[in-house]
Write a protein that binds this ligand. Structure first.
Ligand SMILES: Nc1ncnc2c1ncn2[C@@H]1O[C@H](COP(=O)(O)OP(=O)(O)OP(=O)(O)O)[C@@H](O)[C@H]1O
Ligand SMILES: [Mg+2]
Length: 236
């Protein structure tokens, strides 16, 4: 099934398949933060991120009608996906103040926003993913106006579903980052839906169940991800 390694990122590997329109994505046990400056290997992380991503892609397709790149889960760590041209725009949706948003505006983490906020960032490790206004990607040729509009609406729809889903498990979805890709003139939700790219706070205690545990040395990341998977998937 898997052919040549096309790309190795910090958290995943992308392999070619016999079908030029499809790739295999393998989730690694590596954890990184601060654009790769801090690194560790966390046993079981790949399996958990793969399971959560597969479950949530199914959920958002079913409940919000959002088309995504996953074709099927192949095994514990691998998904068969449509091969897309990733739009170099990271879409962030925020329900509460946290992370770079709190730092940028000098406010404490935690306050709920009156409605979800969508922000666009230029996907560039070299530049540390700078924030962009909506005209920038259009004028610089990184995305069409309709694509930004589509990504905003799809992101809000995904956010609605996942807010409710995590909420049912006593967890607040604080924010998350989504990526989209082009295939045959349409846009698909791509990449991953994991606690690496989301902030998830246990409602009753405020305990963090996401990668901030690793960024800020708050607890054991493997334990935390296993706890999250137990809570939302039952087990993995
Ligand atoms: N269906 C797909 N087809 C092609 N590329 C994809 C697809 N889904 C995700 N990708 C890309 O594959 C890479 C996955 O690797 P990983 O998440 O480890 O990258 P990363 O280290 O976070 O780096 P990057 O800054 O490129 O995201 C990402 O660049 C992601 O945009
Ligand atoms: Mg990534």
């Amino acid at each position: 099934m898997s052919g040549e390694l096309l790309y190795e990122g910090k958290a995943k590997q992308v392999y070619a398949t016999d079908d030029p329109g499809r790739v295999v994505i393998r989730f690694k046990d590596d954890a990184t933060a601060f654009n790769g400056v801090k690194r560790a290997t966390v046993g079981g992380k790949g399996r958990i991120n793969c399971a959560i991503t597969a479950y949530l892609f199914d959920l958002v397709a079913r409940e919000a009608g959002v088309a995504h790149h996953m074709v099927q889960k192949l095994d514990d760590e691998r998904l068969l996906c449509e091969r897309v041209e990733i739009v170099p725009v990271e879409v962030v949706v925020r329900n509460r103040v946290a992370g770079s948003f709190a730092r940028r505006y000098g406010i404490h983490e935690g306050a709920a926003l009156p409605q979800p906020l969508v922000e666009f960032f230029y996907k560039s490790d070299a530049l540390d993913d700078p924030l962009m206004g909506e005209d920038v990607p259009v004028l610089l040729g990184w995305a069409k106006r309709w694509e930004l509009q589509f990504m905003r609406e799809a992101t809000l729809a995904v956010n609605d579903v996942l807010l409710r889903f995590y909420g049912e498990h006593g967890i607040d979805l604080v924010d998350m980052k989504l990526e989209f890709g082009r295939q045959d003139g349409r846009l698909l939700l791509a990449d991953e839906l994991t606690p690496d790219g989301s902030r998830l706070w246990e409602r009753s205690t405020g305990r963090k169940l996401d990668k901030d545990v690793f960024r800020r040395d708050l607890a054991d990341l493997g334990e935390t991800y296993r706890e999250l998977a137990r809570r939302v998937l039952g087990a993995v």
